[in-house]
Design a protein around this ligand. Sequence first.
Ligand SMILES: [Cu+2]
Length: 243
Amino acid sequence: MRWRQALRVLTLLLIAGLVAVIVVIHDKDVVALTVITFVLLLFLPSKRAWIGVAGLTLLFADVLFFTGAAALSNIRAHEDLTTVAVPAAFAALCVAGVVAGFLALVRYKSTADGGRTVALLLLAVVAFGATMATSAVAGTDGGAAKSGDVRLVAKDTKFRPKQLKFSAANGETQLTAGKVSVFVTNKDFWWHTFTIDKLNVNLRIPEGGHRRITFDAPPGTYKFYCAVPGHTQAGMKGTLVVS
Ligand SMILES: [Cu+2]
């Protein structure tokens, strides 16, 4: 088996995974990534195969970067198994993809037998799994809401609701101490943030994750937004009213 063939198989698996994300969690923003992956795959059997190999290696590295970080963060936050397993599965696949892509680039004309190819890819995935497991031991509960929390959902690169109201009159007792607690759920495949510049708030929420933040908020109206490039423009902004 050549490394390029291994890369092709891993790319097909990645496309299958991305399509599953589109179908199961209805994340339309993943469509663009799926199309790019497919186009790069088409280069592999062509005379300009190196474009496909280099492009796919970068793409695997990119997806590894955000899904690996999401899996680690969700493990540390003691999220449930699915919330950890989905980004972890993508990250493990991407570890193999980066290895296969890199070896296809540097040993472009040489061949490796099937057994060695599979063994090396498995080794990379096992090493990745071990990293995940060791970080599962450390960590804090970030995935549980408490009563009095203001709830916010990020879905389809939008926040719902767009306006958060927090009032002492509603019996939100923490407010008497000047504290506001916001519980954010991210239902997208990408990372999002809950950011309020004025209050020095910057909470990062990975794929499928739930995160809670408590901060001081004097009465007033504050703009919150997602700090991921392009997301504010896509509509990820709103207002927090504290009265
Ligand atoms: Cu965002």
